[in-house]
Design a protein around this ligand. Structure first.
Ligand SMILES: [Zn+2]
Length: 121
């Protein structure tokens, strides 16, 4: 069992919670979270109105595609943050998922949701 620095973990938890809020805020600006499946988001469809030109519609379709990609990557980030928070609860935060060694604090500071050490990444 790796001895954990309680204060450090508390700080990391704060950062992770802030990160979670930030991601959810951003996601919420263009997507909706599923009621049945927490953590699953769906991008809002762009609304085409009759007055928009074909060109404008093409722009919106393109924007929607970008939105989907962004939504996907933010969903992944959110999952990683949730996983890290879950680990804090279980007391396994900061331990590499692969080699089960301690992840250096410097790495966790730079990337609080890291689940692998540098070697296993
Ligand atoms: Zn490792």
């Amino acid at each position: 069992m790796v001895k954990q620095n309680k204060k450090f973990i508390e700080e990391q938890k704060e950062i992770l919670l802030q990160e979670k809020n930030k991601i959810e805020d951003r996601l919420g600006s263009f997507a909706k979270e599923s009621q049945e499946h927490k953590g699953e988001w769906t991008s809002n469809m762009p609304d085409f109105d009759k007055s928009s030109s074909l060109e404008e519609e093409a722009d919106e379709v393109e924007e929607f595609g970008m939105r989907l990609a962004l939504e996907h990557s933010m969903e992944e980030q959110l999952k990683a943050v949730d996983l890290a928070l879950e680990k804090i609860k279980k007391g396994t935060y900061g331990i590499c998922d692969k080699c089960e060694k301690e992840i250096p604090q410097g790495r966790l500071k730079a990337y609080p949701q890291a689940s692998y050490c540098q070697r296993c990444q």
